[in-house]
Design a protein around this ligand. Sequence first.
Ligand code: PLP
Length: 467
Amino acid sequence: MQNVSKALEPDRSERDALLREISNYSNEFIEALPDEKAFSNEKDTPGAFKVNGKTKSIEEIITLYRDEVAAKGINPASGGHLGYIPGGGIYSSALADYLVDVTNDYVGMHFSSPGGVAIEHELLDWMKSIFGFPKSSIGNLASGGSIANLIALTAARDKHQIKNQRITKSVIYVSPQVHHCIHKAIRIIGLEDVVINYLNLDDKSRIDAEDLQLKIEKDRQIGLNPFMVIASAGTTDTGAIDPLMRISEIAKKHELWYHIDAAYGGFFILTDGKRAAFKGIEQADSLVVDPHKGLFLPYGLGAVLVKDKQSVYKSHVYRANYMQDAVADESPVNPADVSPELTKHFRSLRLWLPLQLHGIEPFVACLDEKLLLTTYFRNELKNIGFELGPEPDLSVSYFWYPIEDGDENEFNEKLLKELHKDGEVFLSSTIIDEKFVIRMAILSFRTKLETIDKAIAMIKRALIRIK
Ligand SMILES: Cc1ncc(COP(=O)(O)O)c(C=O)c1O
């Protein structure tokens, strides 16, 4: 058994050889990115990844990875990924992931990795200072925005004791533009039967705060229990920032839990140009912001901040006999006490290490660049005859090609299909006011001026093909 299991502990020269192969491939991958397409329509090969107990060499595995994983679908590492909400994947984060996977620190409890947990707290404190949250707030680094929102909404539920008969009388106010993970979270936490009251939007797809005020009053009059309002600082569809300050005043007046989903847009607060648009974010009871979006990290890091510690503890603190050694009276907050996760990936290092290596300036410069590129892309689109959605608050916007005869939606759908066939740059679509529109979401750290020029050239090619 000892002999056979040795394979799980390669020696130094074997480790070096494995790492060399992975590093060589990673370098080839990164260097090829400027010439690679951002999207391929090619489907997976059935049976390509069979797990049948047989072994493969690292070279074979890398070839399979290159041909069957990296070459198909969207290439999220490409600067040409302008669809959905791009991530990016800075290299220094990947190195941090490698390191934590080797040391395999257990960061659910302070006892088991005081250093690892301290890094998580340091980052959360840093975010508290960015978003004007008090130091006494609680936070967690989750796997992404969906889980982070889930933690926040659970806290709101427990603070307001929304259970049993109260559920069907309780009201959550949301924008029709709220991210769908909010609806998912509402269902997961047992609030499926709550009243969801959709708010009117202005012509920039932002919540009409006065409508919120009216709706709360009306709901109270008919005996309902308004308990939470959810705003977005950067909606997924249009990059809109809701009127955060005005909503906070209304939420306070009516004693509502105020949650802000800033998963996509939050880190734009670091830019001089956009800081003012986030005024009011500090008033939220809970906030979600995703470093794997706005700080260009590889997928796998979303953060939640909540001001009321007890409301988070209520649903997440559990003790078990087998954990007795790991619990101390005087410990900093244990990440496992503020999240559904017990064992968790040591994900804080993938943000901490890049911040230590690069400082914050390159991140802010990149965010500023994305805002400029959004304006540039919109201007170029206008020059070639596209209609544009309203000027966006951030770096997500939409456009469509107007046609005189025929179905405009059909035409733009056809155009998007052509763009996907081409794939040099990847764009996605959405429906705004029953209109099929093409979206641009400029957030990858690798998206540059050349990328936008490429996108315009690709769009011109597609138009010629289908006109
Ligand atoms: C505004 C917003 N909130 C939440 C999410 C969900 O985050 P995640 O995909 O990291 O779970 C997204 C994803 O794009 C988003 O744009």
